[in-house]
Structures are given as C-alpha cells and as structure tokens.
Design a protein around this ligand. Structure first.
Ligand SMILES: [Zn+2]
Length: 246
C-alpha cells in the first residue's frame, strides 16, 4: 500500500512497468501496488506523479522499495490424461482472452473496509505461488491462487463487499465468479459446480456466490481462490490478515 500526503488531489504511480492510479480518501492519496510473482528481486523504484485540478503535473517523487523472495513449496500434481488433454494451445489462448477482458476495467471506489474472510471452509491444499510439477515433469509456472479443498457442493461465499463483475466458463479455471471490490482489487472463485449470483449483483461478506466443484482443469473438488490488484495476482491469504486500506 502506498499513501501520499499532498495538496494535489490526483496522481498515479508507475511501478514495475505498470501504472496504478492514486485514489483520494480525506486528505490522503493512496493506491495498492501489485508485485508480480515473477518480478526480479532487489530494490525497485515507484515513480509518483501528482497533478493539480487543471491536469498539470506539479510534483514527481521517486520512492524505493525492495522486492524480496518468499519460499514456497513445489506442488507435485498427478493429473489424468483426460484432464491433461484440456490444456490445449486453444484453451490457453481462450483463457488469456477472457483474462484480458476481465481485467480491462476496475470499479473506482473501494467497497471493503475490513480483512477478507476465508470464502470456503477446508484445508489449503496448494498455496499461492507454489511451483508446479505435473506427473513428475519439470517444475514450471506458479500457482496463481490458493486452493481450498472440500466436498463437491461446499458453499463458497464472498470474502468482502463487492459487485459481481463476471460469471463465466473458462476452459482452464472452469465455471468462475469474479468480484470487483473496487480500487483495483478483484477476487475470483474458480472450478465451481454452480454460480449463485449474476453480473452486477452487489454482495456483502458471507453472501453465497457459488458451490465448490471441479469444472475446468482440476483434479478434484476444490476452490481455486484468486485475489488480484490491477490484474496482478497476489496471495489471497495475506488479505485475511490485513485490510489493505488507509
Ligand atoms: Zn488452484
């Protein structure tokens, strides 16, 4: 989280090649910066640009932050030929097109005020950021969310207030609900058996949004839970500990 105290009421931050808009709250400007899991380690700069009401740039400030490594275990997946056959170049391309659409726009105002609640009961079967090895193959890619395992049909609820942004089928993530919490923050509920909301519904924390399933590229009933900051995947379970609000 980056907080700026300034007389200006608008601005943006350039960080790791991406632009994050600053939002006004009282006499503060603030934003959340998502650090991609594959970001290079070390000191990185965030360039903060502020504008006056006429849109003229009045200040440019550079802040430095360190990108540090967090060790994650490797997840050794055993995948049947039938499930593995879902991972075609066409499926990967379609999934990517859906993701581009889903992260093209963000509701401006933040709707959440408290840490998120865990959206489904059950143990975490794969952590965010784990490397993956499929059927004994090389470790490649990173897990883009946190998996919560439980029985088919287990209720999945919203972790915080949001607007339902998308309800759609994905070739890999399966039947998915994507919530927009505002201020660049979205969360995704994937591999569902059924969705219980529709686009533009407003939900509160604990509103049921779907039921756990195993649709898409999945080896058994579980919830694949994602949290994104302006489209950058971050660890969902950091959101159950901190509100990430000024
Ligand atoms: Zn997953």
């Amino acid at each position: 989280m980056l907080i700026v105290r300034a007389v200006e009421r608008r601005g943006q931050v350039r960080f790791l090649g991406q632009t994050f808009p600053l939002r006004q709250q009282g006499d503060l400007l603030w934003t959340l910066l998502g650090v991609p899991i594959e970001a290079d380690l070390g000191l990185r700069t965030a360039e903060i640009t502020l504008q006056d009401t006429d849109g003229q740039t009045t200040q440019r400030v550079v802040a430095t932050t360190a990108v540090v490594a967090i060790e994650r275990p490797v997840d050794y997946l055993v995948v049947t030929e039938e499930v593995q056959s879902l991972l075609t170049p066409q499926a990967i391309a379609t999934e990517e097109q859906l993701r581009v659409k889903e992260f093209a726009a963000f509701d401006p105002e933040s709707r959440w005020g408290k840490p998120f609640i865990q959206p489904a009961p059950g143990p975490v079967s794969t952590q965010f950021g784990s490397g993956r090895s499929v059927n004994g193959g090389p470790v490649g890619g990173f897990h883009s969310g946190a998996d919560i395992a439980n029985e088919q049909g287990t209720p999945v609820v919203a972790p915080a207030p949001a607007r339902v942004a998308f309800v759609e089928d994905h070739p890999i993530r399966g039947l998915s609900v994507i919530l927009d919490h505002g201020a660049g923050v979205k969360s995704g509920y994937h591999h569902l058996e059924v969705a219980l909301v529709k686009p533009d519904d407003l939900v509160e924390a604990e509103t049921p949004v779907g039921r756990m399933g195993t649709s898409g590229y999945s080896t058994g009933p579980h919830l694949h839970w994602e949290v994104t900051v302006y489209g950058v995947n971050v660890d969902p379970f950091t959101w159950t500990k901190t509100a990430f609000r000024p």
